[in-house]
Design a protein around this ligand. Structure first.
Ligand code: NAP
Length: 249
C-alpha cells in the first residue's frame, strides 16, 4: 500500500510542485489548502498523471479544521505518515509599521499551522513506527529587512524541527526543514508588486546575488523534500537544508 502524504498550501507554488513530485514518487497525496478549488486543481493534475490524490480545504491555523482535515485524509486515503508543512503567507512591513495583525497572521499560518498539523499527524506516524515531517523554513530565517514577523516564524520552524527530531526519532519519525532562497512563485511576484519593481527586474536583481546564476524553481524545493521523505533518508533528522543556489540567497 502507498504511503500517505499531506502537503499543506498545496494549491500553488512550491506546495503544488511538492505534491506532484511526491505523487510521482508513488505516495498518495492529500493536498490541503485554504482554497479547496486550487487544491482540487493540484489533485486533478496528480490524478491525470496516474497518481492518487484528494483535495482538502482547511485553514492550517484553525485547530478544529486541522483535526477534521487529518481525520478525512485518514478515512479516505489511509493514515498519513508524511507531512509537509508548506502553507505560508507574507505580511511584510518595517517594524515601526508592522501591525498586530501582520504579526499574528504570519505566526498563525507558519508556526501555529505547523504545530497543529504536526501534533495531529504524529499519532499516525507513531502508530506506524515510521514518519517524515518536512517544514518550509527560508533564508529569511537569517534576517531580512521588512520581515520581522516572517523571519521570526521561519527561524522558529527550525527550532521546532530540531525538537520534533529529538522527541520523535525513537518512533522512526524524522523531522527536517528546507529553507529556500529566491523561488519564482506567486509569493515572490506579490513581493515585487508590493515594492513596485517590475517582475523581470526583480528576478534579475535576485539572480545577480545567486551563485548558481538562476532563480529557484518550485521543483528545486520539491526534489529536496522528495529526498527527505524517501526511505533512504531515515538517518537524516533535525537538519535544515538551504535550497538557495548557494550558501544563502
Ligand atoms: P504561494 O505561492 O503564496 O503559496 C502558498 C500557499 O499556501 C497557497 O496555496 C495558499 O493558499 C496557502 N495558504 C496560505 N495560508 C493558508 C492557510 N491559513 N491554510 C492553508 N493554506 C494556506 O507561496 P510559495 O512561494 O509556494 O511558498 C510556499 C512555502 O515556501 C511558504 O511557507 C513560504 O514561506 C516558503 N518559502 C517560499 C520562498 C519563495 O521564494 N517563494 C522562499 C522561502 C520560503 P491560497 O492559494 O488559498 O492563498
Amino acid at each position: 500500500m502507498s504511503r500517505v502524504a499531506i502537503v499543506t498550501g498545496g494549491g500553488r507554488g512550491i506546495g503544488a510542485a511538492t505534491a506532484r513530485k511526491l505523487a510521482a514518487d508513488g505516495l498518495a497525496v492529500a493536498v490541503v489548502d485554504l482554497d479547496e478549488t486550487t487544491a482540487g486543481e493540484t489533485a486533478d493534475a496528480i490524478k491525470q498523471a496516474g497518481g492518487t490524490s484528494i483535495a482538502v480545504g482547511a485553514d492550517v491555523s484553525d485547530s478544529a479544521q486541522v483535526t477534521a482535515a487529518v481525520e478525512r485524509v485518514a478515512a479516505e486515503l489511509g493514515p498519513p505518515t508524511v507531512l509537509v508543512n508548506n502553507a505560508g503567507v507574507l505580511r511584510d512591513n518595517l517594524l515601526f509599521k508592522m501591525s498586530d495583525d501582520d504579526w499574528e497572521t504570519v505566526m498563525g499560518v507558519h508556526l501555529r499551522g505547523a504545530f497543529l498539523f504536526s501534533r495531529t499527524v504524529q499519532k499516525h506516524m507513531v502508530d506506524a513506527g515510521w514518519g517524515r515531517i518536512v517544514s518550509l523554513s527560508s533564508t529569511s530565517a537569517l534576517g531580512n529587512r521588512g520581515q520581522a514577523n516572517y523571519a521570526t516564524a521561519k527561524a522558529g520552524l527550525q527550532g521546532f524541527t530540531k525538537t520534533l527530531a529529538i522527541e520523535l526519532g525513537r518512533y522512526g519519525v524524522t523531522a527536517n526543514a528546507v529553507a529556500p532562497g529566491f523561488i519564482a512563485t506567486d509569493m515572490t511576484q506579490a513581493t515585487a508588486a508590493r515594492v513596485g519593481v517590475d517582475w523581470d527586474d526583480f528576478v534579475k536583481n535576485a539572480v545577480s546575488q545567486i551563485p548558481v546564476g538562476r532563480a529557484g524553481r518550485p521543483e528545486d524545493v520539491a526534489n529536496t523534500v522528495s529526498f527527505l521523505v524517501s526511505e533512504g533518508a531515515g538517518f537524516v533528522s533535525g537538519q535544515v537544508i538551504y535550497v538557495a543556489g548557494g550558501p544563502r540567497a
